[in-house]
Design a protein around this ligand. Structure first.
Ligand SMILES: Cc1cc2nc3c(=O)[nH]c(=O)nc-3n(C[C@H](O)[C@H](O)[C@H](O)COP(=O)(O)O)c2cc1C
Length: 181
């Protein structure tokens, strides 16, 4: 087998379902897609996100001490790619700029995306450095999903993005149909 460069190892994990991680602080709304997401604990419900500290969203999450995690369906693939290829450092509201609608929800005042198929409202429970990324530990305070989720996704209404790399078309569903915005 051919050798895979260390900087490309993460791509062996593709395809992956990205989430959109968002936070609000001081009037700014930051957001970025993340594929490096893992369920860490059921009780309490903890989710881990591996984030480069260079991201504007990372800074907003740390300042706010809270974040939201949202799942968007395949029809939002292009918007997710825009969120993942632009810096929100100089943008007041990156979600709005990308064409998504949101409101600041719950006691944590995290941005909840109206177009999401599911979302979490989370408190930031820890930040741990591993190499050049931080593991953001998010404690889930509220979790909501559309009716498609019946303790498992049925995939009747929710069609996940299967991300396989920037600029690459999303993997086609098994029935061969293509859904676009
Ligand atoms: C589908 C997708 C998944 C991504 N996953 C991650 C990830 O897990 N961790 C990370 O640090 N960056 C990830 N990125 C990169 C950031 O989302 C990207 O650099 C983004 O522009 C950062 O925006 P910000 O600077 O406004 O926060 C991903 C990008 C894309 C397109």
């Amino acid at each position: 087998m051919k050798r895979v460069a260390a900087s490309r190892v993460y791509r062996l994990l593709y395809p992956a379902v990205p989430v959109v991680v968002a936070a609000s602080f001081g009037g700014r709304v930051s957001a970025m897609p993340a594929v490096s997401v893992i369920s860490l604990s059921d009780d309490p419900a903890l989710v881990g996100i591996s984030s480069s500290p260079s991201h504007a969203t990372h800074e907003t999450i740390v300042r706010a001490g809270s974040l939201s995690v949202s799942w968007l369906g395949r029809e939002y693939t292009e918007i997710v790619e825009v969120l993942g290829s632009t810096s929100g450092a100089k943008i007041r509201d990156k979600l709005e700029a990308a064409g998504l609608h949101h409101s600041l929800k719950g006691p944590l005042k995290v941005p909840v995306i109206r177009e999401a198929s599911a979302y979490l409202e989370c408190a930031l429970a820890g930040v741990h450095r591993f190499g050049d990324h931080d593991l953001l530990v998010a404690e889930v305070k509220e979790a909501r999903a559309i009716a498609d989720f019946k303790d498992y996704w049925t995939f009747e209404a929710y069609h996940p993005i299967l991300y396989s790399g920037m600029g690459r078309p999303p993997l086609a569903p098994a029935d061969g149909s293509v859904r676009r915005p």
